[in-house]
Each structure stands twice: as structure tokens, then as C-alpha cells.
Design a binder for this molecule. Structure first.
Ligand SMILES: *Cc1c(COP(=O)(O)O)cnc(C)c1O
Length: 359
């Protein structure tokens, strides 16, 4: 078996141990003679999976009691609309911090549904960066403040979340569970699963319960956070297999020292790769140093031709999906929780070799 060093931004690499366990369970889950995918979402086997996934997430993230963990569908992109539909009352304004393509997407979707104030916009800046908290000019009585914790395409990450009076809503799709966070600082957190949690198909939402009460009565039930809270995400059939993988991934994280442990590993991986970029004048990081993402490492080579050759040659060596997002070009190494240190070592060695041959 040869596993690729898979640098994909998403759907992304999953821990090999998790895939092996899922494989062992696939034909016969705990003596039931069927996989978890094939059984009732109301039966005792699946119920245990659902509950453990929630409990593990609560434990890892130290989620306070007045918050709920929800399993929704439609990806982070549908949350761009769910959030204003549920939290932005008529006549109210929501503040948005836009630091890249995903922030731009969130703004665009929200604009259709209510009044939006973009209180900082670094989405077009090169080098890429996050706005400083001191730049933020909040609207008095904003319904909420929306932020993207990690801009997956730009390769930037919020290091210290702003203190806001209004509930802070964060899109954490590309760095959820990669570091400890203080959940009580947020009103709502959401994340598509396919980067750090599970395969695509489930969206994790962590919501402070009182915020769910804001939804207008006219909103269809399955669009209301309230309905998901009341029915423990079981009003309709949840994406059972991705939730089962969340259970396995959270167990895997707990065995690695939880989020503190994972952050140490992630920082060590990122430091090694950024050090290789900084040690050369051939490679240039795309993000300002203080805001560099430990999840998505973006850099450029002297020419687009060299970038293309680099990506192609790396791929031949089993280092796949290093191409930057189609909207920005360049090289992007996505090194989420499950990405192994050996893959970083392989990439750094290849970078040195490629530079020696081509500079
Ligand atoms: C990938 C990503 C999204 C989009 O997620 P989908 O699940 O495809 O809708 C949104 N926000 C961020 C920060 C992302 O990285």
C-alpha cells in the first residue's frame, strides 16, 4: 500500500489509522452484519456513534453547557446563508471581516438576506494578511460579527480573535480542531468537514443556544438551528457515515494529546516548511509572516513555468495536489492535522533539490 503525501486543500487527507478502522468496520460493524452506512439512524449502534461524536467534540473543544453541537449538511457555503437567515433580524446590521475568498463568499451570500457592513477588507491585498484587530470599527448594536478564522486560499490565519460585543460567528472550516480555542468567545462556529474532520457531507455547527431563538417563525424548519438543537440533529436523516468518521477522528485526536497536542505537532510541521521557504530567495511566501497559516502554506516560485514544473515533478514523487487555488495560482501545501511530518520532510528535500537544479 502506498499512501500519497496528499497536500489537497479539501477534501483532504484523513488519518491512515482512521481509514483502516473504517475499513475493518465496513462489512460488519460490531457484529451487526452491516456497515454503519446501512443501518437506521435511530438504532442503538448509530445512536452510540452520534452521541460519542458529540461528546468527543465537546471534550476536545471544552464546549460550555449552554452551547449545542449540530450536524448539518450543505457545507460551509450553505452556512453563509444559514447564519443571516437565523441571526440577522429585520432592520439589523451584521459586521463582516473579509480577509480573502471565503470571507468574500460569506459577504456575498449575506448581502442577499440583510444589511451588511464590511468592517475590514484585506481580501485583495498581496501579500495576503488578516486585518489587525485595531483596524476593526464595529457597528453599534450589530446583530453579529462574522470572521473567517483561516483563509484557505490566501494561506492566512487569525492568531487572536477580536473581542466583540455582538456574538462572534466564525467560519473555521480549514482550521477547526487544529488548535485550542475558547468557545465561549464565540456565538457560533461552523465548519465543513472535509478539511480537518471527516469526508465531505457533514457540516459541524457549534451554537450558543440562545442565538437559535432569533430565527423568524416563517423560516422553514430544516433551515432553523433551533430545530437541529431540539431534535439533536436527528429531525431528518443525518449524514451518518461522515459523523461516524468524526467519531474516529476525534478519538484519534484524543490519543494525540487533544488540541494542545495537535497544535504542537501542527506548529512543528508548519515551522519546518516556512523555514525552508525563508531560507531561500527562490521560494517566496505569499502571506505576511505574522498571519501565516499553519494549515495552508502558500508560496511562489520565480515564474509560473517553474511553478508548473515544480508541481508536476512533485506529483511524480507522490506529493500530490500542490497547485494553488485556481483563482490565485502559485503553490499551496495544505498540511491539516492528518498530514504526516514525513511528508513535510519529503517536500522540503524536494524543494532544495528543485531549487539547486533551477536557480
Ligand atoms: C472549504 C471552505 C469553505 C467551503 O466549504 P464547503 O463545505 O465546500 O461549502 C468555506 N470556508 C472556508 C474557510 C473553507 O476553507
Amino acid at each position: 500500500m502506498a499512501r500519497a503525501y496528499n497536500f489537497s486543500a479539501g477534501p483532504a487527507i484523513l488519518p491512515t489509522e482512521v481509514l483502516q478502522e473504517a475499513q475493518r468496520d465496513l462489512l460488519d460493524y460490531k457484529g451487526t452484519g452491516m456497515s454503519i452506512m446501512e443501518m437506521s439512524h435511530r438504532g442503538k449502534e448509530y445512536t452510540a456513534v452520534h452521541e460519542e461524536a458529540i461528546t468527543n467534540l465537546k471534550t476536545l473543544l471544552k464546549v460550555p453547557d449552554n452551547y449545542s453541537i449540530l450536524f448539518m449538511t450543505g457545507g460551509a457555503t450553505s452556512q453563509f446563508s444559514f447564519v443571516p437567515m437565523n441571526l440577522l433580524g429585520a432592520g439589523q446590521t451584521a459586521d463582516y471581516i473579509n480577509a480573502g475568498s471565503w470571507g468574500t463568499g460569506a459577504v456575498k451570500a449575506a448581502k442577499k438576506l440583510g444589511k451588511i457592513n464590511v468592517i475590514a477588507d484585506t481580501s485583495k491585498e498581496i501579500p495576503t494578511r488578516m486585518p489587525e484587530n485595531s483596524e476593526l470599527k464595529f457597528t453599534a448594536d450589530a446583530a453579529y460579527v462574522h470572521i473567517t478564522s483561516n483563509e484557505t486560499i490566501a494561506g492566512t490565519q487569525v492568531k487572536e480573535f477580536p473581542k466583540t460585543k455582538a456574538p462572534l460567528v466564525a467560519d473555521m472550516s480549514s482550521d477547526i480542531l487544529s488548535r485550542p480555542i475558547d468557545v465561549s468567545q464565540f456565538g457560533l462556529i461552523y465548519a465543513g468537514a472535509q478539511k480537518n474532520l471527516a469526508p465531505a457531507g457533514v457540516t459541524l455547527v457549534i451554537i450558543r443556544n440562545d442565538l437559535a431563538e432569533r430565527a423568524p417563525e416563517t423560516l422553514p424548519e430544516l433551515f432553523q438551528y433551533r430545530a437541529f438543537i431540539e431534535e439533536n440533529s436527528l429531525k431528518n436523516t443525518p449524514p451518518t457515515f461522515p459523523i461516524y468518521i468524526i467519531m474516529l477522528v476525534t478519538r484519534w485526536l484524543m490519543a494525540r494529546g487533544g488540541l494542545e497536542g495537535m497544535q504542537k505537532i501542527n506548529d512543528a510541521k508548519a515551522a519546518k516548511l516556512y523555514a525552508a521557504i525563508d531560507a531561500s530567495s527562490f521560494y517566496k511566501g505569499t502571506a505576511v509572516k505574522e498571519h501565516r497559516s499553519p494549515m495552508n502554506v502558500t508560496f511562489r516560485l520565480p515564474t509560473e513555468e517553474l511553478e508548473e514544473a515544480f508541481i508536476k515533478a512533485a506529483s511524480k514523487l507522490g506529493m500530490t495536489s500542490l497547485k494553488g487555488h485556481r483563482s490565485v495560482g502559485g503553490v499551496r501545501a495544505s498540511i491539516y492535522n492528518a498530514f504526516p511530518m514525513e511528508g513535510i520532510d519529503a517536500l522540503v528535500a524536494f524543494m532544495k533539490e528543485f531549487e539547486a537544479k533551477n536557480s
